[in-house]
Design a protein around this ligand. Structure first.
Ligand code: BGC
Length: 746
């Protein structure tokens, strides 16, 4: 026990230096070397009481050693808290977040988060830098892999489910840190770290709602994003952090910077190192990750204040000291909330049992199958036992890439490759061939191998690889084509100019499709790829993302029919990379796209009309069964005067397989105060329907669903809704809907 005080009492006993030390958030890096003479940079900081928290520890023993050292180095015995990037799993890696989003299964997503929390807390971690809830509509941006997709409503449901899963105490909990605040996924040109400029309405109605949902679910932390929003870098964005996040959304936890995010304000061009420290602290960044600029500049600022008339900024020393107190108190409260003053060594006993990995693996396999999206199926799937299978493609025997980006504590040895998963099935024969290298360029291979080698090109030339693949295909009843991206094609700093299937793989698909053996393409990727001609060329198409430790086993379950496909796209798949950014929820123009090129109407001159119907919209995904939708029927009691309405549809399973159908509700507001998205997802239900049976699905329509912001500026933002005519659409995806018009509340 380090102190008897509550955080406020503790703060009162701290020196200025001790307070500033609490705001310093460091990476474990090389950690501590054991032995009496240790003096790594980290050890020196710990001995001087100059660290508040550490992220990225690798073992219970090293975590414990750091904690012991920190407590000994702190006059008041204040413990550290430990954080980690547990983005889609800790040791047990679940499917990428974008993949999990495609399950539309909040219970599953919550369960994956809860298991991750159990694993993380059993290793002495208190906070995880998750959920990552950046909406993105740009497939070029590599971090689309970590996020919940393109839609604010679906993303808000996910933010809530993950936050609850991480923070629930079911065998171990950790504190959630919502990131990246905010609009990081709206980066210009899809280029990571670039800035975002948008209408305030878009910020309020697209990018902020998932944060609001995460805060409502009780998230205890938020991380600021690297980008600027409407000209102000987020690490200095007082109106959004102290104003919107703490004020409007009611957040009461800890705000951390992103990695050297405070320092980078200088590169953004908004001041000297000293100036930007004052700006970040004033904006509400409580802890400074890695850069150590708070440690360096706050002592001087606390003594002299800041006078920067050239940018109209003057902050007194007293104000700075008050801001240091504010941030330090938030750190202390956070530590108290994690129970650190009672037990600073929780989870750090090297001999304590670890969570049941077998249960985690079973959950990961279920999540992997649930995340796959079946895009096309010409009566080929599920495969039949006894078929002769040719598994072709650069990812057929892969393990490391299957983990996906941001799997820092994962282990590729835990992955069962698609080849091994398929071998355990009852085929007449299974042959394999590489078919093509993942990418052609040597420099690209080097970039993809930045975090360890996951891409090893086959040294044979392309023609030879193709010859071997075609021979394997000809001798088989069916080809399973394992194609896509490497794990480091996506993730941080992995923006792609051209987010398509790399060239050698496109040639492989075309060559095999020209043969007589039917082809099932399985796409493993970290982003929604522009698939070009691939959907027309192949007979069946399964979008499997990077599915984590049990990704290929989940795919095998779908291919064999052991699991039913239920996934629906959480992002629109572009046909061509040049369409990006894109979303189903665009605002209508006065000259709408008619579905094919027409001069003087919205569209692309050089997009082949025949490719357009092959595009896959948000919400799309097939099952192995078939469901018919009735017309949508509206019930508006009393003419909707009370702001109450309901719509329902009957869905009938006309197939012989059980189906879980995700019924989606979209709303349009054709007479709004400003131009609004053509339609927006407002609700959905996952409905199991037995063969031959019918289920009624009823949705309530509320004024809240119809409300939106009008915001000439952030300060003038107001929420409105328009009584009168609305159009309600219900269907299996964002395009194939049936509609009903209602007038209500007018
Ligand atoms: C990323 C964050 C991450 C942090 C710590 C940064 O580069 O943007 O998402 O949490 O590093 O690893």
């Amino acid at each position: 026990m380090t102190t008897q005080d509550d955080p406020q009492g503790l703060l009162a006993r701290m020196t200025l230096e001790e307070k500033i030390g609490q705001l310093n958030l460091l990476a474990a890096g090389e950690g501590l070397t054991t032995g009496a003479e240790t003096s790594t940079p980290l050890a020196k900081r710990l001995d001087a009481g100059e660290v508040g928290a550490i992220f990225g520890t690798k073992s219970r023993a090293s975590t414990r050693a750091m904690q012991e050292r920190a407590i000994a180095g702190s006059r008041l015995g204040i413990p550290l808290f430990f954080a980690e990037d547990v983005i889609h799993g800790h040791r047990t890696i679940f499917p990428l977040n974008i993949a999990q989003a495609c399950s539309w299964d909040m219970e599953l997503i919550r369960a994956c988060a809860a298991f991750s929390a159990e694993e993380a807390s059993s290793e002495g971690l208190h906070q995880v830098y998750a959920p990552m809830i950046d909406i993105s509509r740009d497939p070029r941006w590599g971090r689309v892999a970590e996020g919940p997709g393109e839609d604010p409503y679906l993303a808000s449901c996910i933010a809530e489910a993950m936050t609850r899963g991480l923070q629930e105490n079911n065998g171990g909990r950790v504190s959630a840190c919502l990131k990246h605040f905010v609009a990081y996924g709206a980066t210009q040109s899809g280029r990571d770290y670039d800035n975002a400029t948008m209408a305030w309405e878009d910020l309020l109605d697209i990018y902020l709602p998932p944060f609001e949902a995460g805060v409502r679910a009780g998230a205890e932390g938020v991380m600021a994003s690297f980008n600027a929003v409407n000209k102000m870098p987020m690490h200095a964005h007082e109106p959004l952090i102290e104003g919107w996040l703490r004020g409007t959304a009611g957040f009461d936890g800890l705000v951390v910077s992103d990695y050297t995010g405070v320092k980078e304000l200088t590169a953004h061009g908004i001041g000297t190192p000293e100036m930007v420290v004052a700006r970040a602290l004033h904006a509400g960044i409580d802890m400074d990750m890695v850069g150590e600029d708070y440690l360096r500049h706050l002592p001087g600022l606390a003594e002299n204040g800041l006078d920067a008339p050239q940018i109209g900024l003057s902050i007194s020393a007293e104000t700075i000291r008050g801001l240091i107190d504010r941030a330090c108190l938030r750190v202390l409260k956070f530590k108290a909330l994690q129970g650190l003053f009672e037990d600073p060594f929780k989870g750090m006993d090297p001999l304590a049992p670890t969570p049941n990995r077998k249960a985690g693996r079973a959950l990961a396999r279920k999540a992997a199958a649930g995340s796959c999206v079946l895009l096309k199926n010409n009566h080929l799937l599920p495969l039949k036992p006894g078929q002769k299978v040719a598994l072709i493609g650069p990812l057929g025997s892969d393990r490391a890439n299957m983990l996906g980006t941001w799997s820092v504590s994962g282990d590729a040895r835990d992955v069962v490759s698609l080849e091994d998963a398929l071998r355990s099935q009852n085929w007449a024969a299974l042959t394999t061939a590489v078919g093509a290298n993942l990418v052609r360029e040597k420099w690209m291979v080097d970039r993809l191998n930045v975090h360890g080698v996951t891409v090893t090109p086959d040294p044979r030339d392309e023609a030879e690889l193709l010859r071997e693949a075609k021979a394997a295909a000809e001798a088989a009843d069916v080809v399973i084509l394992a194609i896509g991206e490497a794990k480091e094609h996506a993730g941080e700093s992995s923006s792609r100019l051209c987010p398509d299937l790399p060239e050698p793989q496109r040639r492989l698909v075309a060559e095999l499709a020209a043969g007589c053996t039917p082809v099932v393409a399985v796409v493993f990727a970290g982003r929604p790829l522009a698939l070009g001609q691939v959907p027309e060329q192949v007979d069946a198409l399964l979008y499997a993302w990077h599915g984590g430790v049990a990704g290929p086993e989940g795919v095998t379950d779908i291919l064999t029919g052991a699991a039913e496909p239920t996934g629906k796209l959480a992002v629109t798949l572009p046909v061509h990379p040049g369409e990006t950014p894109l979303s189903y929820a665009t605002e209508p123009t006065g000259r709408p796209f008619p579905g094919h090129f027409q001069k003087f109407l919205t569209g692309w001159l050089d997009l082949d009309d025949s490719a357009v119907p092959a595009s896959y919209p948000f919400g799309f995904g097939l099952t192995y069964g078939h469901v018919d939708y009735s017309d949508v029927v509206a019930d508006v009691p009393g003419g909707g005067e009370d702001g109450m309405a309901e719509v329902h549809v009957d869905i009938t399973n006309t197939s012989e397989r059980a189906v879980t159908e995700t019924v989606q509700l979209y709303i349009s507001d054709p007479e709004a105060q400003i131009t609004r998205p053509g339609r927006l997802l407002k609700d959905f239900r996952r409905v199991p329907v037995a063969p031959g049976s019918t289920k009624r699905v009823t949705f309530e329509i509320t004024p809240e669903m119809l409300s939106y912001h009008v915001a000439p500026s952030l300060a003038e933002a107001r929420k409105v809704w328009d009584p009168g005519r609305i159009v309600v659409h219900v269907g299996p995806d964002s395009r194939a809907t049936k509609s009903v018009e209602i007038t209500w509340g007018a």
